[in-house]
Each structure stands twice: as C-alpha cells, then as structure tokens.
Design a binder for this molecule. Sequence first.
Ligand code: ADP
Ligand code: MG
Length: 332
Amino acid sequence: MGRNPFTELDIIERIRSLQMITDPQVKLGIGDDCAVLRRPGGMVELLTMDTMIEGVHFNQDWHPPELLGRKAASVNVSDIAAMGGMPRQALLSLGLTNETPTQWIDAFMAGFLAVLAAHDIMLIGGDTVKNPAGVVVSVTLIGAAEEKKVLYRSGARLGDLVWISDVPGIAAAGLELCRAGLAEDEQWRRLVDAHRDPVPEVALGRLLAESGLVNAMMDTSDGIATDLAHICRASGCGADVDRDALPGSELMIAAGNLLQQDPLVWALKGGEDFLLLFTSPASARTKLTELIREKIDRKIYCIGSVTEKDRVILRQGQELKDIAFQGYDHFR
Ligand code: ADP
Ligand code: MG
C-alpha cells in the first residue's frame, strides 16, 4: 500500500460525502468546530472530539503529564468556545502502554480534572485501552448554547473585518523552543506555556456570541493561513490579511532570532494556538473593541477583511501572496 495521497481536508470531505443527514435534530454535522444538535427551549447541544497522540501531538520529554491532561481538556473546551457555547460534560478515552506508571496517570488526571473543574465540566465516561505504540488521549466534550447565538464558520460576509484574539504563532514558537531543549528555560515561559498549556477563550467566545456583533467564528488550530481558509470556504468568500496588522511579540521575535526561524511562518502555518478567529461588520469595529475592553479587559486585533474572491491573500506592501490552506496538515 502506498502513502496516503490525500490531505486531511480531502479525507474529511470524503467521509462527509458518504452520508446524508436525515435526522432533523442534527442542525449541523461535519464541517465546523462542533456538531450542533437541536434541543428543546431554543437550545442546542454542541459536540466535539479531539485526539492527541504521543510522538505526533506531544513528546513526553518536555510535556509533563499534568500539563498534558490540562491540554487534552483545553483543546476541546476551545472548540466549544469557538461556537460561543458553554462546556458541560466530558468523556475521556485513554490508550496507555504497559509501561505507563500509575503516577503518570494520577498526574495526567489531576491536570485534566483541574481544567474541567475550572469550567464546571463533569467527566461522565470514557474508555481505557492498551496501546503498545504510545499514549493516545481522546476527549469528547458536550456543550450547550442558545440556538440563535451560536456562531459558525459559515457566517462571514463581504466587507467584514477579520479579527484574532491574540498573537498567532506563539504555540509554534513554544514547540520549537521545546524541540531545542529550552522547555524549562524561564525566559521563554510564555511561549512554551502556549504550546504545553493553552488557555481556551471561553469568556471571550461567550461575549462575542452574546454581542450580536460577530458574523463568523472558529478557533485556530492549524495556523491562520488554513484556519481563515476554512472560514472563507464555509462562507463562500475570500480574505485579505494585512501583514503589518498581524500582532507580534518581542519574545517571539527573540525566539525567531535564536532559532533562526521566521515568526511570520509560525503565525501563518503554526498549529495549536487555540485563539479565536472571527469576522464582524466593519460598522461594529468600535463597539466591539470597547465592549471587550469594558467587559473582560482584553484587546483584540483586526488583521484584515473579507473579500469576494475565493482566496486568502497576505498583503505586504504591494506584494500579494495566496496563503489559503498553507498551514498545518497531518498528511502533507
Ligand atoms: P477542529 O480542528 O476544529 O477540531 P477538525 O479539523 O478536526 O476540526 O475537523 C473538521 C470537521 O470534520 C469537524 O466537524 C469534525 O467533527 C469533522 N471530522 C474530522 N474527522 C472526522 C472523521 N474521521 N469522521 C467524521 N467527522 C470528522
Ligand atoms: Mg476548532
């Protein structure tokens, strides 16, 4: 058998095309951060699942079990936040090797349950199996939202502004620092933490959904080149990103210099930031930034606009580059 010639997106599209949704309770199946199920009283249930595999998503040399437990919970919470929902219940599937010590499991569970407790989420089930090849963690998370408030990838409109909730690329910078043996170096803590212990944007996601000022939203997990292309594809539009409007950080620039890597590449192609990427009508610009400053004392960054063309462009002075789907892909 040869190597899988498809991208992650191709495979998901292939799976999606195998079935027609006939259940009226399913408002949305495959294609967004969560599936959306209709529930009584104008509510919906949100469902998401994410898997982390040793050697692919984490390396035990620099990922302590407690932080891994936290991350397994947080990345799923992020998908609920990305639709403006409240996380509620979790299921946990653990694949462990014969050599996985009980102390490892205890530390992992302490981290996992701490994030659940912080968001008032109950662990209600799961599965435990042996996997000689390494540790595999898979989490299913159930959330709730008002049907009318849910934000989808598909809501972007021509002329919308594109926003990001924080500096993209920090997790990729953190991962490279870990690979370089600098995970425990205090100087890089903020970047290393972004990779090892990301913080899901639940409060911001809820505020944006409640505000009525946002048209489309998702969380970033594959770099904004790919993540923004998801919004564009789902919404039938394009986007222009202004290179000079991308927020950066001095620490990221310093890490780029040290590692001889380009922070712009981290921002565009680096995975696992778990920030919120969203669009709003241009007329909502001031209202939105003021609301967020007032209610949660946060800054958001306008990085571009939604265009008609079916493309994602990085604009740097006169130079235009098509960056659609150039981010992280498991099969490329
Ligand atoms: P995210 O990064 O937000 O978790 P993914 O890129 O993993 O989203 O998945 C995109 C969409 O495809 C989601 O709706 C997800 O539920 C769906 N999906 C991914 N893999 C499969 C699969 N093997 N079978 C069915 N649906 C899938
Ligand atoms: Mg997501």
